[in-house]
Design a protein around this ligand. Structure first.
Ligand SMILES: [Zn+2]
Length: 119
């Protein structure tokens, strides 16, 4: 996942969530994160998601289910949605059963021109 543009990977454990997410200077309410495992020192993405609000809490909910995570904060919900869509199309994570849904009360379209949800 060399070109994902996300920070990490970090083990999905409370101390790493606190150190890198909760205490991040860039903390914002819009974020994208990837969940997966480390195989041969490489992060294998299984799922890509976004969080509106407290990313630390959301990540803690996945502890025990996934081994590792990557993440990044974004200035806007729009930027986060674009990134989530891009990663979804780039990696086709096995645990993403459906295309990312646009945030509530928005008409955002997918940035991937080949996608049926693109503008
Ligand atoms: Zn799409």
């Amino acid at each position: 996942m060399a070109n994902s543009g996300l920070l990490g990977p970090y083990p999905l454990e409370e101390k790493y969530i606190v150190r890198f997410v909760t205490k991040s200077a860039d903390r914002s309410s819009a974020s994208v994160f990837a969940l997966g495992k480390i195989t041969n020192k490489k992060f294998v993405i299984k799922k890509v998601c976004h969080a509106d609000g407290d990313l630390s809490m959301v990540l803690k909910g996945y502890m025990g289910t996934y081994e590792a995570f990557r993440f990044r904060f974004y200035r806007s919900t729009r930027s986060a949605f674009n990134k989530q869509c891009q990663l979804y199309h780039q990696f086709s994570p096995s645990d993403n059963l459906e295309h990312p849904t646009r945030p509530i009360n928005t008409r955002f379209t997918c940035p991937d021109p080949s996608c049926i949800l693109s503008g």
